[in-house]
Design a binder for this molecule. Structure first.
Ligand code: 6GU
Length: 225
């Protein structure tokens, strides 16, 4: 799949996309992430892309023209399944949304900034508005990076062990069970005997019990869904 990220701070997003699972998925040809500097579509000599809000409130607003020019140019090159705008008043990002978006061919993520973007863009160009949680970030760049990471890692082949994305917390509305590695005894802190028993079926059952117990205790809201 291809993800195009539009931002006024592309240098904030770029290094992140070269690292870790997202970077590796790109090198493996599973995902392509293109980051665009919105200022490249500014029609002003000073390359500015914002202006004062009508009505006299504080802050700056991203203008229609550069965003429309950028998105229209991209849409002239290929079809986009979604044009996503990152904003704290959007629909809450979630694992099911990451799974769904990972099946798309091409998506655009427009990073919000300042006070927001001219509302006409939201009415006419944006197909989906997404928030990553109930707190306010300075800009949508971190939100776009969070979303790109969550989307790309569920693409089959992005993670070495294909099973592991499916066994993540939240994939089945259950928190993941605890994990351990060698040594079996560290300073007297023992790995649970069951994991050393070699009884595959019993181990899977224990892990499920642990998942359910941890979910009931830490995230009872997930069990109600
Ligand atoms: Cl998507 N953007 C901003 N600016 N703040 C947020 C957010 C997005 N999601 C949570 N907080």
């Amino acid at each position: 799949m291809r993800i195009d990220i539009i931002s006024v701070l592309p240098e904030l997003v770029e290094p992140f996309m070269q690292e870790s699972i997202v970077g590796r998925a790109q090198r493996r040809g599973l995902a392509e992430i293109h980051i665009h500097n919105l200022r490249d579509w500014s029609v002003r000599r000073d390359r500015r892309v914002d202006d004062y809000p009508y009505g006299g409130s504080a802050g700056m607003v991203l203008q229609c023209e550069p965003i429309d020019r950028c998105i229209t140019e991209l849409q002239g090159q290929r079809h986009y399944d979604e044009v996503i705008f990152t904003t704290p008043d959007g629909e809450q990002f979630s694992q099911p949304m990451a799974n769904e978006l990972s099946l798309k061919e091409n998506i655009i993520i427009l990073c919000g900034h300042y006070k927001g973007i001219d509302h006409r863009l939201r009415e006419h160009l944006i197909t989906r508005e997404v928030s990553i949680g109930d707190y306010v970030l300075t800009g949508g760049e971190l939100a776009a990076a969070v979303m790109a990471d969550a989307i790309v890692r569920v693409i089959p082949g992005a993670i070495g062990d294909e099973q592991s994305a499916l066994s993540d917390s939240f994939q089945d509305n259950l928190l993941a069970p605890p994990v351990y590695t060698r040594p079996a005894d560290y300073r007297g802190w023992r790995v649970p005997d069951i994991l050393l028993s070699g009884h595959e079926a019993n181990i899977r059952q224990w892990e499920l019990q642990q998942s359910m117990e941890r979910t009931a205790r830490l995230r009872p809201d997930l069990l109600k869904q």
